[in-house]
Design a protein around this ligand. Structure first.
Ligand SMILES: [Zn+2]
Length: 426
């Protein structure tokens, strides 16, 4: 969830004056008309290689996840990269990723210009690592931010071998199954991977089912969705650490799988991730405002995979998590006053997460259930508690891993206790 300053005051006023029975029109950071989720036009970036200056510096967006719209030499040492969104208005999450190289070894200054948006993501330098055959982050590049022009400039050493500069590490849709294999999630007897549906442009929406219960056994279901917003890579990585913990060989994970069913949809917006979108899917829509109308195929895929659980007597949806990223670590629980069954899981869980990570700052902000987002669909359709789990954009990898793994473990403990309570009560 991302701040959109231009509408902050108007929308804050609207939110404060709104009762939950009135129609939801958008969060404070949303552009107008966000809840109309019928297709909007998007602009496809031309895929090309552009050379500028003499000797030439080259830039390319001919790869998955790339975004660069134009490139010029301002003078001998300064080059400007233009970045545009898939459509507008849109939240301020200017994603970029491009290959860059030079005919000669040289230093260059690169100025990022986002048109109507402001710089947000610290540039990451990625280089090709052969043993893994993938682009991996080497370092972050410090920027000089010009607040008047809203541009950011950094220095880089260029050579004939290309490097990638990107807003966050590249985790595009074709990498997902490999990443799950590397994390030892996929090739387990208790993990099934299936196609839940297709994106607007036909990419697969993968569903993972992880369980050691039998089909006849009465079992609660933990639902996980994520990456509705393409640049929110830290939240995506958190979800992958969760899956790794849930599929691990630990005694706790085994006990959890013998009791619970996990249904996970970790990459809901593959078109957006591969096309270098700032926020929307290929229909030009914020998927996390489409959980009432289901106008988009990506949200429909999850709905159609989970709704049959209502008719399945041996399965009971129990808790839902929707992974995102923003400029801090923040949990958005359902308001404590709203009665869910089980109740206030998120409030109990966030206390455990904070206790196991005393040196990490977490915020908690409760919301009513009026907005058409994934978390509220879980509540309205199934009566359950659910959370929007937001990871800091700038979190370091070590902290991300530590928090995600410990949060997954405390959730397993808590859900096992809560399920046992439910079983005793019935
Ligand atoms: Zn988000």
């Amino acid at each position: 969830m991302i701040k959109y300053a231009g509408f902050l005051f108007v929308s804050l006023f609207l939110m404060m004056s709104c009762k939950s029975t009135e129609e939801f029109t958008g969060f404070s950071y949303d552009p107008p008309n966000v809840t109309n989720t019928t297709d909007k036009e998007i602009t496809i970036q031309p895929k090309r290689i552009i050379g500028a200056g003499d000797p030439k510096v080259w830039i390319s967006n001919e790869f998955e996840g790339a975004r660069v719209n134009d490139f010029y030499a301002v003078n001998d040492s300064l080059f400007e990269v233009f970045i545009e969104p898939e459509n507008a208005p849109i939240n301020n999450s200017p994603w970029y990723a491009f290959k860059i190289w030079s005919d000669t070894v040289r230093m260059a200054e690169i100025r990022m210009n986002y048109m109507d948006a402001r710089h947000r993501y610290v540039p990451k330098l990625l280089s090709w690592v052969e043993p893994d055959s993938s682009w991996q982050q080497q370092m972050e590049l410090p920027v000089e931010y010009d607040s008047a022009a809203a541009t950011a400039t950094f220095e880089i050493l260029l050579a004939p071998d290309p490097v990638i500069i990107s807003a966050q590490p590249l985790h595009t849709s074709s990498l997902l199954t490999n990443e799950l294999k590397q994390r030892d999630v996929l090739e387990k007897s208790f993990t099934e991977i299936r196609k839940a549906g297709r994106s607007k442009l036909g990419r697969t929406i993968w569903e993972l089912e992880i369980t050691e219960t039998s089909p006849e056994q009465k079992a609660p279901v933990l639902a996980i969705v994520g990456r509705q917003h393409p640049p929110e890579v830290t939240g995506y990585l958190a979800s992958l650490y969760f899956l790794e913990e849930l599929a691990s060989d630990s005694e706790l994970a085994a006990r959890f799988r013998q009791t619970f069913v996990i249904k996970a949809f970790p990459l809901l917006n593959p078109d957006g991730a591969d096309m270098g979108h700032w926020r929307h899917n290929a229909g030009g829509i914020d998927l996390n405002r489409d959980w009432e109308n289901f106008n988009q195929p990506e949200t429909r895929a999850v709905r159609d995979a989970l709704l049959p659980l209502k008719e399945n007597e041996s399965r009971e949806l129990f808790y839902g998590i929707d992974f995102h990223s923003t400029n801090e670590n923040i949990f958005y629980p359902i308001d404590e006053e709203v009665k869910t069954a089980p109740d206030n899981i998120t409030q109990k869980w966030t206390e455990m997460v904070q206790a196991s990570n005393p040196d990490v700052t977490f915020s908690i902000e409760e919301f009513d259930t009026s907005s058409p987002i994934a978390k509220n669909w879980f509540y309205h359709k199934f009566g359950i508690d659910a959370v929007t789990y937001e990871v800091d954009d700038g979190i370091d990898r070590e902290t991300l891993e530590k928090v995600s793994r410990s949060a997954a473990r405390s959730l397993m403990e808590l859900l096992l206790q809560e399920w046992q309570k439910t079983a005793v009560e019935n």
